[in-house]
Structure formats: C-alpha cells, structure tokens
Design a protein around this ligand. Sequence first.
Ligand SMILES: [Zn+2]
Length: 186
Amino acid sequence: MKILKYILAFLFGAFAGLFIYLDLAAILFRDPPVWFVLTSFFGGWGLTTYWVLRGTKTLSEMLARSFLVSAILSFGFAPATLFLATKSVDTGGSDAEVIGSLIGGGLVSGFGITISLLFTFLSLVGYGLVKLFNRENRVPDSNLVACDFCAEPVRKAAKKCRHCGEFLQSVKSETSEALEERGLER
Ligand SMILES: [Zn+2]
C-alpha cells in the first residue's frame, strides 16, 4: 500500500499544481509568461506532493490531507477568476469593446466559479468519505472505553460490544455503583 500512497500523492500534486498555477496567474497576470506557468505548476506539484506525504503515515491520512488542500485551492479559484474578470474588463475602448469585455469577463467568472464550487464540493465529499471509512480503524479516543470482555475499544454509550457481542450496560452500571459506594467519582 506504500506505493499506492506515493502514486496518489503524486497525482494529487499535479492537480494541486494546476490550481496553484491558475489561482496565482489569475491574480498576478493578464497574460502569464511561460516561466511563471512552469514554475508555479511544477513548483506547486512538487511542494504539494511533498507536503501531503510528509507527516502522514497512512494512505487515508494522506488522502484526507490531500482532499482538504484540494478543497482550499479549488475554493480559492472562485475569487481568483472574479479578480481576473474585473481585470479583463476594458474600460478604455469603444462601447462595443467595453460590452464585449464585460460579457467575456462574466463568462470567465461564471465558468470559473462553477469549476471552483464543483471541485470544492467534490473535495469535501472525498474528505468526508475518507473520514467515514477511517472511523472503523480509529485510534481509541476519549469517547471510547475498553470492552470489559474482549478489551477492544467500544463507545462509552454502547450497550453491546460490536467486537465480541457481549452486553455491556449491566457491567458498567455495577462498576459505577461499586465506585459510588466507595465514594469515588468515575
Ligand atoms: Zn467486547
């Protein structure tokens, strides 16, 4: 599974690099020069791939981080295209030219916002799915206690252990009664 993690991080990096390039180019340039396209795209690709791999141990951790980055980058594409559209409006020319550039700018921003929201939505869905899928293998946290029968982590509110099928409520209340008798808080 290690290989899969690297391949997916690499592919995701390319996607992120594209959005980094588009976001920056829309804000910084009207006609982005080639050096900028190459630097921002490949730089963004490399940096993102490195960052989503760094500090993430499992494939699902890496995917969750990738989807979050992807949500932020694609969300940023909406204001970036709006900005690009206002920049492309040419107020110096004739009326026809101004109207033309307004329509053009409107189309660019409408298209950009649609793309932006679509990818933001898909990224958040992806993030949610990874988190949901991963809940099964989650490390015990403060909402979990060890089952009295099989020692597997179960929710505090659970009445029945999902690992061994034992009923937990009676044991739990006996335990807390016993603690109360001894004057201890659980
Ligand atoms: Zn159990």
